[in-house]
Design a binder for this molecule. Structure first.
Ligand SMILES: Nc1ncnc2c1ncn2[C@@H]1O[C@H](COP(=O)(O)OP(=O)(O)O)[C@@H](O)[C@H]1O
Ligand SMILES: Nc1ccn([C@@H]2O[C@H](COP(=O)(O)O)[C@@H](O)[C@H]2O)c(=O)n1
Length: 563
């Protein structure tokens, strides 16, 4: 039976989703039994799991000097590179972005970020920087690559400067034309794997568009631009510096064609700008930057030998940073470390043991499994709330007496479920926290690598201001929970404001989470001693999602195992 998950409508008691980031992956390839409904809300933060937009989205090129609303392609972008051609790997509709590959871990087994490999590509205008970047991405075969262009950081012009630009007399090739401060901060945050809002530049209007592009870090970040090596702080962040060289006549010919067809310019204007500013600035500012380069690539994108060598180097560097996360996490149980006091185990009362007896029993029919799971979920959620800070509050009773009571210190609580099993806990959190906002994160296991991959995010935009109850029905190695925690931290949620809540956890998972994120509180009703080679908790409860939703995994399914 096809499980149908509505990723858009929060449970009825949740508040309206007015401020969310959302990201989708095309599940048809990887999770065929889930149907994704079209999102309706403009409220939540709709964001890619990683910084991705459609770079190659075909737009009809403008003809002649007729001004098109924006240039042909968006140069600041991220791609998920799959076995499919890049053109097919990302689909953007009016309301959603669909990705056909998940984002693998970007942190190690102790939760620390693994730095991405940052490539800088510098060179004259129309030398082929973007073409080289795209060819590197194509050949790399790395799942997540972010391409950031210097164009995004052109300064905002005032009215007078706009008039000058319209006369083709504004010098866009001088360093002063760029906002280097914003560029440094943006690149730094991307390098740290954090979310950034990148301006979208319009070459036709010489201005930033009103919308920005949400981007995240990736395994490889490519930063390209005419003055990519001009700033010392930027240079420090670059692991590999490539200078793309092309004959000035070739550059002028390409620029004429491109600027007329895509940037709304005319022949006379392009020639005027080129001779008076572009070429002199190249000689004065850009050509000297060649001395910073590790590799100079003559003939740009045509130079397949150079691109091949670059790709080999990057792949070697990435292998050195390689991750075998889940395996490492599974082995962590052998460390036998004491349980930290951030781990909050519900008292094992006969009532709780009774509920465990129902849900652990393989013969419990599905309706009973759901019924008793819901009861246990309600208890673990209530217990989680009891861990919140309470302050004194006095009220007057209907009889006119004072009652010295308590109230929760914060009302900023948000629930985030790790799909799909965590979704079973949403209703309970909505029942006990009035008007709570609900976010969702879909993490699945890649059956080839065994690693968790991030596919979908839907989080309130201001999630950093919330205490987050992160829900998953079970935790085995802790790989999925750690990925979800990492996502929250990358959205600037404070570690001490995260509570990961589960019905059942394996000891190794508890330890991995607790030692990687010492301020995260871990709440569960039972800690089981072992996990098997398939990363199932032992004695455990089987596959909670399958038992709850009544689905059986097919042999080829890449359904998330208990993690
Ligand atoms: N080797 C090439 N042969 C023909 N056209 C090219 C080649 N490399 C790039 N171009 C074209 O030249 C223009 C500028 O290339 P691009 O890679 O965007 O340069 P840059 O990013 O340096 O400005 C684009 O229209 C591109 O299609
Ligand atoms: N409003 C603008 C902004 C920039 N330019 C020119 O773009 C060139 C940089 O982009 P490339 O893709 O060629 O690297 C640069 O040489 C500027 O002259 C522009 O014409 N109008």
């Amino acid at each position: 039976m096809a499980a149908k998950i509505n990723l858009n409508d929060p449970p009825s008691s949740a508040s309206s989703d007015s401020d969310v980031v959302e990201t989708h992956v095309d599940f048809s390839d990887v999770f065929p039994e889930i149907e994704i409904e079209e999102e309706k809300s403009g409220d939540f933060y709709h964001t890619p799991a990683s910084p991705i937009t459609v770079p190659y989205c075909p737009r009809p090129p403008s003809t002649g000097s007729q001004k098109s609303p924006r240039s042909r392609r968006q140069r600041t972008t991220s791609l998920n590179q799959t076995t499919k051609p890049a053109t097919n790997s990302i689909i953007r509709t009016q309301h959603r972005t669909i990705y056909t590959a998940g984002r693998p871990p970007w942190y190690n087994s102790v939760g620390q970020k693994v730095e991405p490999f940052v490539i800088g590509i510098c060179g004259g205008s129309a030398s082929g920087k973007t073409t080289v970047a795209e060819k590197i991405i194509e050949s790399l075969g790395v799942p997540w690559v972010t391409l950031l262009s210097m164009d995004s950081f052109y300064k905002v012009l005032n009215e007078k400067q706009h008039e000058i630009a319209d006369q083709n007399e504004y010098n866009f090739d001088h360093p002063d034309a760029f906002d280097f401060d914003l560029m440094v901060v943006t690149l730094q945050r991307l390098k740290e794997g954090r979310k950034v809002e990148v301006p979208i530049y319009n070459f036709v209007t010489h201005s930033r568009e009103s919308k920005t592009k949400t981007m995240y870090g990736a395994n490889v970040i490519i930063f390209e631009g005419i003055l990519a090596f001009h700033n010392a702080k930027v240079n420090e962040m670059l692991d590999l510096k490539i200078f793309v060289d092309a004959d000035p006549d070739v550059r002028l010919a390409r620029r004429l064609k491109r600027d007329i067809s895509q940037r709304g310019r005319d022949l006379e204007g392009v020639l005027k700008q080129y001779t008076s500013m572009v070429q002199p600035s190249f000689n004065h500012y850009i050509a000297p930057l060649m001395s910073h380069a590790d590799i100079i690539v003559p003939r740009g994108g045509e130079n397949l030998v150079a691109i091949h060598l670059i790709v080999q180097h990057v792949q070697t560097q990435l292998q050195l940073r390689g991750l075998k996360l889940r395996e490492e996490l599974a082995n962590a149980s052998k460390l036998n470390m004491p349980t930290p006091d951030t781990v909050k185990l519900l008292p094992t009362t006969p009532q709780i043991r009774g509920l465990h007896t129902f849900i652990r029993n393989k013969d419990t029919p599905r309706d009973e499994f759901i019924f008793y799971s819901k009861r246990l979920i309600r208890l673990v959620i209530e217990y989680t709330l009891s861990l919140m800070t309470f302050v004194d509050k006095t009220v007057e009773t209907p009889q006119g007496f004072h009652y010295n009571g308590k109230k929760m210190a914060t009302s900023n609580i948000c629930g985030v479920s790790i799909l799909r099993a965590g979704e079973t806990m949403e209703q309970a959190v909505c029942d006990v926290c009035k008007d709570i906002r609900i976010g969702k994160i879909l993490i699945q296991t890649n059956l080839q690598t065994g690693e968790p991959e991030l596919y979908y995010l839907r989080l309130p935009k201001d999630i950093k201001d919330y205490k987050v109850i992160l829900m998953d029905a079970t935790v085995a190695t802790g790989a999925a929970a750690m990925m979800a925690i990492r996502v929250l931290l990358d959205h600037d949620v404070l570690e001490k404001n995260i509570l990961i809540v589960s019905l059942l956890m394996a000891e190794s998972g508890v330890q991995s989470i607790a030692y990687a994120f010492p301020d995260v509180q871990i709440v569960t009703t039972a800690i089981d001693p072992e996990i098997n080679e398939k990363f199932y908790v032992l004695p455990g409860i089987g596959n909670f999602g399958d038992r709850y939703f009544g689905t059986e995994p097919s042999e080829n399914s890449s359904e998330k195992v208990e993690s």
